[in-house]
Design a protein around this ligand. Structure first.
Ligand code: ADE
Length: 225
């Protein structure tokens, strides 16, 4: 999978992709994340890509022309499955959407900033708008990093143990059960006996019951669906 990210703050983005699972996925050749500086498409001598909003009001709007030029330059090189715009009023990111996106070959993510982009970009280029939650960030970069991380880790081969992505919270409609590792007794706080029993059927049943109970307590709405 290739992800092209268009941003006004490329240095802020590159740090996310230089570490951990995203870095490993790129080293293994399973994912390629390419960050583009929108200032490179500025039409002014000063490199600006934003302007005052028509109709007045506070804040700046990212201009249609440099954004259209940058998107079209990338589209001329490969077909994109989705052109994603990060926005608080977009469709909320969840695990099923991450699963769907992890099957794509080429994604483009446009990071909004200030008051966002000129609406004509959303109308004519963007195919999907994604929010990472009902709160307003100062820019779309963190959202683009969250989307990339949640999607890339699902690509087969990215995680060492492929099963571990399948047993994540939300993957089977339940949150994940509790996990324990050594020591078996810490300050008298003991690991549940069933996990030491070696009985895989009993362990699977216990984990299912725990996941169900946790979902009931923490995310009851998931059980309504
Ligand atoms: N940009 C600003 N806030 C955002 C959010 N909650 N999700 C995605 N992009 C955003």
């Amino acid at each position: 999978m290739r992800i092209d990210i268009l941003t006004l703050f490329p240095s802020m983005m590159s740090m996310f992709f230089a570490e951990s699972i995203l870095a490993r996925a790129q080293k293994k050749g399973l994912a390629e994340v390419v960050i583009h500086d929108l200032h490179d498409y500025s039409l002014t001598r000063y490199g600006s890509v934003d302007d005052y909003p028509y109709g007045g009001g506070a804040g700046m709007v990212m201009c249609v022309e440099p954004l259209a030029n940058s998107i079209e330059a990338l589209k001329a090189q490969r077909p994109y499955d989705e052109i994603i715009y990060t926005a608080p009023d977009g469709r909320q990111l969840d695990q099923p959407l991450c699963n769907t996106l992890s099957l794509k070959n080429n994604l483009m993510i446009l990071c909004g900033h200030y008051k966002g982009v000129d609406e004509r970009i959303r109308e004519h280029f963007v195919t999907m708008e994604i929010s990472i939650g009902d709160y307003v960030l100062s820019g779309g970069e963190l959202a683009a990093a969250v989307i990339s991380d949640a999607v890339v880790r699902l690509i087969p081969g990215v995680l060492g143990d492929e099963q571990s992505a399948l047993s994540d919270s939300f993957q089977d409609g339940l949150v994940a059960p509790p996990e324990f590792t050594r020591p078996v007794d810490f300050r008298g706080w003991k690991v549940p006996d069933v996990l030491l029993s070696g009985d895989h059927k009993k362990i699977a049943q216990w984990r299912y019951e725990q996941a169900l109970e946790r979902t009931r307590q923490r995310r009851p709405a998931m059980l309504d669906d």
